[in-house]
Design a protein around this ligand. Structure first.
Ligand code: GLV
Length: 310
């Protein structure tokens, strides 16, 4: 069996290959280079260049070393019938949950204020009790990651609303769905968490019209994709003080260009796409299990639906 690897930093691709061998998969490793045509059974990649798929032949499947498959699906050379396998979590959901809990505390406990006060050596606690029930949390995207976030945020005591494409139910959580459920979801939300997959239907979903539906003084935590947000609409919602703040981990262009107004906006906090890192060893373990199963004649697990895009 031959497996071709691509990661922007080649050292990491070599590490993945060694980890996959340690999981008992027997294969010849190929590390993709431009201008070289290769034949391989599987590809294991993160953000491969466009021409990757013009130069790799005979693939049975491509494994994406992340949860979001949007970049792969946007590759115009990706063969239409090639199974694309996404990672099923591999601890990413918990890491994103940890990020979200921190971000929620930053908003509801006004933690930024204390960083500023420390600089002035001022000891000044807030008199207001931060009631959980005053901060309804809305989670857009209720798949594996959204569910983990919802469970933890609900366990803390926040009212939790979710929005997804299709109808879902979960105990103690108010689930909304579809175009018809979107307005009510947004109107119920004071802290909006975006973990949607990026598809043609969800691109630009956080636009002026939808942000206007959020409760006054609301905040956005975006750990989905930058293309979910219309940047200027978010800036306007913040500048008009309809929204109080945004904690952003993902951007339309990454790295975020230095001239982008998000960098210096007082109500925006930026992290450089770190909320859901891939735990390489767990991801490779999952891929190894899937390859072993397919080799044993079982169906390949984790293949995304090309129609819905996730
Ligand atoms: C990271 O953004 C991922 O999709 O895994």
């Amino acid at each position: 069996m031959k497996i071709v690897f691509f990661y922007p930093n080649p050292d990491k691709a070599h590490q993945w290959a060694a980890q996959l061998k340690a999981e008992g998969v027997e294969f010849e490793a190929i590390f993709w280079q431009p201008d070289q045509t290769v034949s391989a059974d599987y590809a294991i990649v993160w953000l491969p260049p466009e021409e990757f798929f013009t130069s790799v032949q005979d693939l049975q499947a491509v494994f994406n070393m992340g949860a979001g498959v949007d970049a792969l699906l946007n590759n115009k050379y990706l063969p239409a019938d090639l199974p694309v396998v996404r990672l099923d979590d591999a601890e990413m959901g918990l890491k994103m949950t940890e990020y979200v809990v921190h971000a929620i505390a930053q908003i509801t406990r006004r933690l930024d204020q204390y960083t500023a006060l420390q600089q002035q050596k001022v000891w000044s606690g807030t008199a207001d009790y931060p009631y959980f029930e005053k901060w309804p949390v809305g989670i857009m995207g209720f798949g594996r990651v959204g569910q983990q976030i919802a469970d933890v945020v609900h366990a803390l005591g926040y009212p939790v609303h979710t929005w997804s494409r299709t109808a879902k139910t979960a105990e103690g959580i108010t689930c909304h769905h579809g175009q018809t459920g979107l307005k009510e979801f947004l109107r119920s939300t004071k802290i909006l968490i975006n973990v949607l997959p990026l598809t043609p239907d969800t691109t630009n979903i956080l636009n002026a019209e939808n942000l206007a539906q959020l409760q006054p003084g609301s905040s956005l935590i975006n750990i989905g994709r930058g293309h979910h947000v219309v940047d200027n609409d978010l800036l306007q919602a913040l500048d008009s003080q309809h929204m109080a703040g945004a904690i952003l981990d993902v951007f339309r262009t990454e790295p975020l260009p230095s001239e982008h107004p998000f960098w210096s906006h007082p109500a925006i906090r930026i992290t450089p796409h770190i909320s859901g890192p891939t735990h390489a060893a767990k991801a490779i373990q999952q891929i190894a299990q899937r390859i072993h199963a397919q080799q044993a004649g079982l169906p390949l697990e984790g293949v995304i639906d090309r129609q819905t895009g996730y």
